[in-house]
Design a protein around this ligand. Structure first.
Ligand code: AMP
Length: 416
C-alpha cells in the first residue's frame, strides 16, 4: 500500500485502505488534532465548520474503537451521533459506511419526515452506530424502540445549529436517557456563550480543539458581489446560470416560497433545477439532493436550514440570491463550494435594502467582497450607496449631508 500520512495517527489497516480508496492522503488539521484525543478516551470540544473534514475527524476513531472493542450484547447502540438536519444525518451515515467499508460494523440513520416503520425494523437488528436527528429519535425512544444504555461514544455534530433550530431541549432529553457514561464529542462551528454553557454541562473535562474560527473563509473561494435591484435579480440569476463556466450551482434563497418561485422561473428558461426546503417531504428532499449530486440537475435552490449542510462535490458556484440576515450564514453558505481544497466562486446579489447586511458580512470576514459589474443588470446607484457607506463618514458624509447629529442607526435597519 502507498504510504499515507494517516498512518501516523495510528489508524488500522482496513481504515487506511478505505481512506486510500477515497483519495485521502493527508489528514486535515481538525483530524490531526482530534483523532489522538478521541483515541485517548477524552471528551472533546471542537470548533470546526463543515468543509474542514470534521466528519472523518470523529468517525475514523469511532469506527476503530468500536471495531477493536467487541460488544457484550450485539444489539446495543454503541455510538450515537446527533445532527441538526436530515441531510447532514444522511451524509454522516454515508461517511461511516465509506470509511468503515472494510469493517463489519452496522450503521443506521433515523430522521423525521419519512415513515418510521423501516427505521423500527432496522433498530431490531444489530446497530453499532446510530446517526439521528433529535426529534424522530426522541419519538422512537419514547415509544420504547431505542435503548441507550450501552452508548460508548456520543457525538453532537453542529451543536450551534441544533441550538439555532430549537432542538436543544430534545437533545438534553435524549442525553438524559443515556444511562451509560459515554465519551462525548461536541462539534460546533461557533462558540457563543450559550454553546459554551451547553458544552460544559454535557462534557467532562474536555480537551479543546479550535481549528477555523467561524469567520474564516476558505482562500480558494473567489467572493464577488453583484449590485442589482430586486426586480432584476431573477433575470440576472438565469443569465449567470446559463454561462458555461457554471458547472454546478447552489442558489440560496431566504424563504421557501421564493425558492419555489425561482425554480419555476429557471425551468421556464430551460435550466435544469431542483428546489430543497423544509416544506418538502423527506423523500422529495432526498430525490432533489440525489439529482444534484449525480449531475442530473445543474442547479439546486434551497433555504439556509437545509442547504447549509450539503456536501456535494464539484459545486462550482454558490449564489446568494439574497443576502443572509446573519453574516455567519454567509460563511456557511459559501463553504458549500471549494470543498477539500478545490476552487469555487461565490456570487452575492445585493439590492439597495441589503447594503447593511453586506457590510455585516464584510466586517465578519474582514475583507470586502469584490464588486462584479460586468453584467446586464448592474445597478450603479446601489454600488454608489455601498461605496459611500463604506467610506469613513468624516471624510465623505453620505450624499454630502453634514452629520452634525448622531443618527439612529437602528432605525435604518428596522425600516427594512
Ligand atoms: P466535512 O468537513 O466532514 O463536511 O468534510 C468536507 C469534505 O472533505 C468531504 O467531502 C470529505 O469527503 C472531504 N475530506 C475529509 N477529510 C479529507 C482528507 N483528509 N483529505 C481529502 N478530503 C477530505
Amino acid at each position: 500500500m502507498k504510504s499515507n500520512q494517516f498512518q501516523n495517527l495510528n489508524l488500522i489497516e482496513p481504515i487506511l485502505r478505505a481512506l486510500t480508496k477515497e483519495g485521502y492522503e493527508t489528514p486535515t488539521s481538525i483530524q490531526e488534532a482530534a483523532i489522538p484525543i478521541i483515541f485517548e478516551g477524552k471528551d472533546l470540544l471542537a470548533t470546526a465548520q463543515t468543509g474542514t473534514g470534521k466528519t472523518a475527524a470523529f468517525s475514523l476513531p469511532i469506527l476503530q474503537k468500536l471495531y477493536e472493542r467487541k460488544p457484550d450484547d450485539k444489539r446495543n447502540i454503541r455510538a450515537l451521533v446527533l445532527t441538526p438536519t436530515r441531510e447532514l444525518a444522511q451524509q454522516v451515515e454515508t461517511s461511516f459506511r465509506t470509511y468503515g467499508r472494510n469493517l463489519s460494523l452496522r450503521t443506521t440513520v433515523i430522521v423525521g419526515g419519512v415513515s418510521q416503520g423501516p427505521q423500527i425494523k432496522a433498530l431490531k437488528n444489530k446497530v453499532d452506530i446510530l446517526v439521528a436527528t433529535p426529534g424522530r429519535l426522541l419519538d422512537l425512544i419514547n415509544q420504547g424502540h431505542v435503548h441507550l444504555n450501552k452508548v460508548e461514544i456520543l457525538v453532537l455534530d453542529e451543536a450551534d445549529r441544533m441550538l439555532d433550530m430549537g432542538f436543544i431541549t430534545d437533545v438534553r432529553k435524549i442525553i438524559s436517557k443515556i444511562t451509560s457514561k459515554p465519551q462525548t464529542l461536541f462539534f460546533s462551528a461557533t462558540l457563543t456563550d450559550e454553546i459554551q454553557y451547553l458544552a460544559y454541562d454535557i462534557l467532562n473535562d474536555p480537551s479543546i480543539v479550535t481549528t477555523t474560527p467561524s469567520s474564516s473563509v476558505t482562500k480558494n473561494i473567489e467572493q464577488k458581489v453583484l449590485f442589482v435591484t430586486q426586480e432584476n435579480k431573477r433575470d440576472l440569476l438565469s443569465d449567470i446560470l446559463q454561462e458555461e463556466s457554471v458547472k454546478r450551482a447552489l442558489v440560496f434563497s431566504r424563504t421557501k416560497r421564493l425558492a419555489d418561485r425561482l425554480m419555476k422561473h429557471l425551468l421556464n428558461r430551460g435550466i435544469s433545477v431542483e428546489a430543497i426546503h423544509s416544506d418538502k417531504s423527506q423523500n422529495a428532499r432526498q430525490r432533489a439532493l440525489a439529482a444534484f449530486d449525480r449531475g442530473r440537475v445543474k442547479v439546486l435552490v434551497g433555504t439556509d436550514i437545509v442547504a447549509r449542510g450539503i456536501d456535494v462535490e464539484g459545486i462550482s458556484h454558490v449564489i446568494n440570491y439574497d443576502l443572509p440576515e446573519d453574516p455567519e450564514n454567509y460563511v456557511h453558505r459559501i463553504g458549500r463550494t471549494a470543498r477539500a481544497g478545490a476552487n469555487g466562486i461565490a456570487l452575492s446579489f445585493c439590492g439597495a435594502d441589503e447594503i447593511l447586511m453586506l457590510k455585516g458580512i464584510e466586517k465578519l470576514i474582514k475583507q470586502p467582497l469584490i464588486e462584479f459589474s460586468d453584467h446586464a443588470f448592474h445597478s450603479s446607484v446601489i454600488a454608489e450607496i455601498h461605496k459611500r457607506r463604506t467610506a469613513a463618514p468624516r471624510i465623505s458624509p453620505p450624499f454630502g449631508r453634514r452629520r452634525n447629529k448622531p443618527r439612529a442607526t437602528g432605525g435604518r435597519r428596522s425600516a427594512r
